[in-house]
Design a protein around this ligand. Sequence first.
Ligand code: FAD
Length: 306
Amino acid sequence: MQEVRERVPLKPLTTFEIGGSACFFVDVRSEGEIREAIAWAKEKGVSFTVLGGGSNVLVPDDGLDALVVHLVGNLYSADNGTLDTWAGSDLLFLIQTLGAQGYGGWEKLAGIPGSIGGAVRGNAGAFGSEIKDFIEKVRALNTETGETREFTNAECDFSYRHSFFKDHPEWIITVVKVKLAQRRHGDITKSIGDTIAEREKRHLQNVRAAGSYFMNPQAPQNVIDTFEKEKGVKSREGRVPAGWLIEKAGMRGATVGGAVASLQHPNYIVNQGTATAENVRQLAEKVKKAVLEKFDVELQEEAALL
Ligand SMILES: Cc1cc2nc3c(=O)[nH]c(=O)nc-3n(C[C@H](O)[C@H](O)[C@H](O)COP(=O)(O)OP(=O)(O)OC[C@H]3O[C@@H](n4cnc5c(N)ncnc54)[C@H](O)[C@@H]3O)c2cc1C
């Protein structure tokens, strides 16, 4: 088993760059190492939590009194467009690496930070593509029973920013099997470049944030009608963008301490450098209250509050 370290700062391991230390911390590169880490935590009587790329988490200011099991390493095998990958592998690395071998189709996901396991858990998506569109199977470990199981795409119960695993944190995703299409390397490279450029245009990607802080909520018909009329676009699945609701509720640019609801993309809560987790939580509550009062719509966090 890898060395379990003590009092490891988590701030540098998250895109928010916020939060205290983990009492215990271990890097893992395989399902076997996850098993060992969980056994260690159970023996010591401490709780545990999983960390991937840290791009969708808010770590409390006083840290975590737990063992943080950090999935690391880009480990994969690929054969004729079927990719078998360790859940800790970086999503962009996989898109680029398989692209170089002439396999793709998922380039619209390029630039979503974090691991493929994290992407599966939250059914990450962008520009009309979601990771679910490419998943064949997911292997996961049940930390309560020790069972491992392969889930088919249907069993993953994917929907907008949701999967079975989000409702069942006792399952840790360990391996992801993806089916890709054969395409020309040059086309894939261009598509990856275009997607990343479009992301940069819509919002600077190297901000201290966790991406969209809230999920796009389902809204009453009158709110959908106002949105569609104003923006000239159709709402998807009865949802309206949280960023639009936040702006209309007058919260664009709102701040608490060092945290701001971004002027460029109000659904990004950005750490301006000095924000604490408490600042982010308080700003999120303010934003939720304003949107509820104005639209009678409840916003729900997309970022995981550890
Ligand atoms: C600048 C920026 C832009 C972003 N743009 C997008 C976007 O366009 N679309 C989008 O969908 N998201 C976006 N995000 C959010 C984020 O990148 C995704 O949610 C990403 O998939 C999270 O993966 P991760 O490995 O970083 O997860 P982490 O942040 O490490 O973890 C998130 C949650 O998943 C759990 N988890 C992680 N790995 C596993 C696993 N193997 N098994 C079980 N649970 C696990 C963690 O315990 C935690 O609860 C953006 C974030 C940033 C910072």
